[in-house]
Design a protein around this ligand. Structure first.
Ligand SMILES: Nc1ncnc2c1ncn2[C@@H]1O[C@H](COP(=O)(O)OP(=O)(O)O)[C@@H](O)[C@H]1O
Ligand SMILES: CC(=O)N[C@@H](CCC(=O)OP(=O)(O)O)C(=O)O
Length: 259
């Protein structure tokens, strides 16, 4: 869909997003862009798991999701984090609606590997007609990364992966990861532009690690003819304006020319 911008707000940054950030999203909408928000909430999940003394571990950058961990992920992501964002969007004059992936099957998933990761899902479908209806009514969907399986199983999905899947399904023109670093850093310096090959090299050498890995993987997977570049920007300082001249890292992939 033309002019769709998928913005992924990382859990690392949600608490500190400024009123200016939300005001800029309103400006984008007024300029004709159609923002769709996907949010994370890793730190808030961790805090609640710690309070409840529930153990958790990360495998390949994904939270191993046992039933008790799933209860907490669902409660925190669909509940407190999603609602906190909705308050801020609506306060900024943006009509925003909260969606768990299980609302009207917004996100359908299958198990990634139940033995290895527990209830971690892989997105198989996005309810595009629902999102189109909301976008057409100038309502901004704010999506929590909880998905539903065909058999009613609930899944915890990494929010970067969800953002990539939503951008792909909506044929978005922009995908922007809003996080707590200025972009991809190498030896402390910002890489303003990076290609697929360089990303692979930086993962192999350990320069890209942890929470940056699902971002770059989602970016590379969702790049296509429509979505020519993906950005990683700092939520503390980035000013997302209609000219889309953002400071951060641009991820590009060489495309074969379609004749
Ligand atoms: N090369 C890199 N450049 C910048 N940050 C990196 C890099 N490799 C790993 N990271 C880590 O990725 C983190 C961002 O991912 P994450 O903590 O999952 O945030 P979010 O909640 O926004 O998704 C950074 O805070 C940093 O610790
Ligand atoms: C499977 C998996 O790892 N799910 C993530 C979902 C939240 C998320 O991705 O939050 P951030 O964007 O803040 O990292 C988790 O449980 O932390």
């Amino acid at each position: 869909m033309q002019d769709v911008i998928v913005l992924k707000c990382g859990g690392s940054i949600i608490n500190v997003l400024s009123t200016e950030f939300f005001a800029n999203i309103l400006t984008l909408q007024q300029a004709g862009y159609k923002p769709v928000i996907v949010h994370g909430g890793g730190p808030a999940i961790k805090e609640m798991l710690d309070t409840l003394k529930i153990e958790t571990e990360f495998i390949d950058g994904l939270r191993k999701t046992t039933e008790p961990v799933m209860d907490v992920a669902e409660m925190v992501l669909n509940g407190s984090v999603n609602n906190e964002l909705l308050r801020k969007f609506n306060q900024a004059g943006i009509q925003a609606i909260g969606l768990s992936g299980s609302d009207a099957m917004t996100l359908t998933a299958v198990s990634k590997n139940i033995e290895r990761y527990g209830l971690v899902g892989e997105i198989t479908d996005v309810n595009v007609p629902l999102l189109h209806h909301l976008i057409a009514a100038s309502i901004v969907p704010v999506i929590a990364p909880i998905a539903l399986g065909e058999n009613g199983t609930r899944y915890n999905v990494n929010a970067d992966t969800v953002a990539g899947a939503v951008a792909e399904a909506l044929s978005a023109e922009q995908l922007i990861f809003v996080t707590d670093v200025p972009g991809i850093l190498k030896e402390g310096k910002l890489l303003e532009e990076i290609s697929e090959q360089e990303i692979k090299h930086l993962i192999e050498t350990g320069t890209i690690y942890g929470g940056m890995i699902p971002k770059v993987k989602a970016a590379l997977k969702s790049l296509n003819e429509q979505l020519r570049e993906v950005m990683i920007v700092d939520g503390k300082h980035s000013v997302i304006k209609a000219d889309m001249k953002l400071k951060g890292t641009v991820i590009t992939k060489s495309m074969e020319v379609v004749k």
